[in-house]
Ligand binder design. Structure first.
Ligand SMILES: [Zn+2]
Ligand SMILES: [Zn+2]
Length: 213
């Protein structure tokens, strides 16, 4: 099992890198990704912070003998842009973090997928920032674009997203999936079994990001 969405104190999480890695080892996770928020937030991960964090990630990944990816979660901004510091990340997640109208929500996401190279679309249709009217036609367009661009869809247990009806649309589409708790605290690290359960329920032979590693 793995958890590819963990925030640390390098953005708005409370945990230090060693605490995160130690907990992941205790939980017998095979791999984790530490993905702090990007620079669209004041508290976000600048290039300098990413370099400092990287030293810790490498040190504690070796000490506890567990794969730790160095990641970032970028908000999807107006016109589908993402703000990415100049640093070579192992995993880039792009997610919407603002309340938006249904049209704007879909527009930003489709533009973002078309314009940017990133790895994972985060917590699609989360209701934490307000809800949109889900449009199955537009949802299918997102699924096709993700597939075309080789971007994984995240099953996020912190946001309970995407909802079951979206996962039903994904059945048979041969997308790749990422799984994450989106935890900002140590105690929820590895809280992802629900996501694998949903994949078993709604998707046949789902392929996950780290499969085969
Ligand atoms: Zn997010
Ligand atoms: Zn997050």
């Amino acid at each position: 099992m793995y958890d590819l969405h963990i925030h640390s104190h390098y953005s708005d999480g409370s945990a230090k890198i060693e605490e995160i890695v130690r907990k992941a080892k205790e939980k017998k996770l095979k791999a984790i990704a530490i993905v702090d928020h990007s620079v669209e937030h004041k508290f976000g991960l600048t290039e300098a912070k990413a370099r400092k964090r990287q030293e810790k990630i490498e040190r504690f990944s070796a000490k506890y003998d567990i794969t730790v990816l160095s990641g970032i979660e970028c908000g999807i901004l107006a016109d589908g842009e993402i703000a990415l510091p100049d640093f070579k990340f192992d995993l880039v997640i792009a997610s919407i973090h603002n309340p938006l109208s249904t049209n704007e929500y879909y527009r930003r996401i489709t533009e973002c997928i078309k314009k940017n190279d990133f790895d994972v679309l985060g917590h699609l249709h989360s209701t934490l920032f307000g809800s949109v009217n889900e449009d199955p036609e537009k949802d299918l367009e997102i699924i096709d674009l993700l597939k075309e661009r080789g971007i994984a869809l995240e099953i996020n247990t912190g946001h309970n997203a995407p909802p079951d009806n979206f996962l039903q649309l994904c059945r048979g589409k041969r997308l790749r999936y990422s799984v994450g708790s989106d935890t900002h605290v140590v105690s929820r690290i590895g809280d992802v079994s629900k996501a694998f359960g949903l994949a078993r329920k709604f998707l046949t032979n789902a392929k996950f990001l780290l499969d085969g590693r």
